[in-house]
Design a protein. Sequence first.
Length: 499
Amino acid sequence: MPLPSKAKTTLLHSRIVERYAHFLARPEERLRFLRHTLTLQAENRERLDEFVARHPSIARSKYYQRHYARLLDLMLYRLIVRELGRLLPSSAGERLKLLRQHKAPRAARVYFSFYRVRHVIHVALVAAFFVSLFGAYTATAWSARRVNTYLSKRFERRVLATDAASPNSALAGAVNHLRDYRPEKVWLVESRDGYERYSNGGRIITEFETGNRPRGFVALPRSADLTRVKVSAGGAEVQREPVGIVYHTSESDMLPFTPDQNDSIEARSRGLLEYVRRHKSYNYLIDRFGQIYRVVRDEDAAHHAGNSVWADEKNLYVGLNESFIGVCFETSMSAETPEEQLTEAQVVAGRLLTQIIRSRHQIDDANCVTHGLVSVNPSSMLICFHYDWARNFPFEAMGLSDKYKIAPASVSHFGFTYDDEVVATLGGALWSGVKVAEDEFNARAAGERTTPEELRARMRERFREQMNLSYRFRGEQPREGELSREQRRPAGESRGTTD
């Protein structure tokens, strides 16, 4: 029986911890609790995996494989109880009131009660141990006849009583209940002139909302042989509903995030919003104070991704303007290091907006990715045409699995590669999924009895065909932002983040 993947386990545990985070009143406390608990849980899993790796017989055990996920869950609940014990009010009555107010499961309330009196329970267990030793000593003085008589009368009833009162059974029931938890569907609570309010607390400002061309794209079956299968505009099934989210940075000028800069920061944000609306650059923008703005409506395509590739388990998507919603954070990469800076309000707002979009369009976690991981240059066959969020995006804080570990389809399917500029800009190393994708592409070339270079040349033409097909669907020529780096960037001009 295969063990659950780290990505799946992380996503599941994130949802469980998120539920208990609502016991905390302040958003920053919830986020701190979420991050810290999930980090400690990841360390617990690594220690467990290292221990099992040193003992192969345990790893081969069917019992271990069957109960691995439950063991991780028990470790998680221990961390949740411990961390909440530090953050919740010290009064037992206030804690119980919070638990009831947030409708925590009865098993969770019992668990919290046991945790509060854990020291008393420990003392009682030690005392019970010594009492049992004394009882065992006394039992040895009985005659064999008395022992046999006693066991024959009491054995069956004692076994039944033990099974019914087993604390492990009660805890396992709580684990099974919480493991099935899924976030509730997010719905629109209120829509007024200038804003929308949602059931998860998200608030979307619609002051800058505008339209653009309707979406239209073709999803390529991932199982298809892309060197032979060709999709024509006439025979293709055109889809209109977005299937994913691409996260961006605005790369605009940043002022110090201090109280004395409030007015200037607001003015910069409004100027950025005017620019984004004029160029229809993104579907959403989150400013530095965590305010969420809708710009291009969800049903319309924004010019945010251009030449780009991503894939989920079933399909391959080329040219993500049409198929993915663009979400931009007002932030910028540092001049010295490619590390984006988000305010805590932006992280909270990003998580709420992610929940809203995923609930509205039934978007899978696998299709929530960053611009740096999907952007490509078809002229040079290089990845990372844009660098925003090519590293350090807080996937976990957004309630998502880590996409830096996923093989990018641009490399594994189309054979895109990288140069020294890309590696240097990312601090000397690419994300781990690139190496996995390279190995997949090279294995595919070997299976077709050709070289990676020859296969790459064929796939470059296929990529261009698919991009041209997307242009025909919307009846226009490529925009300037969708040309290659060499075609569009004057000498000395810095690279932007939208297409």
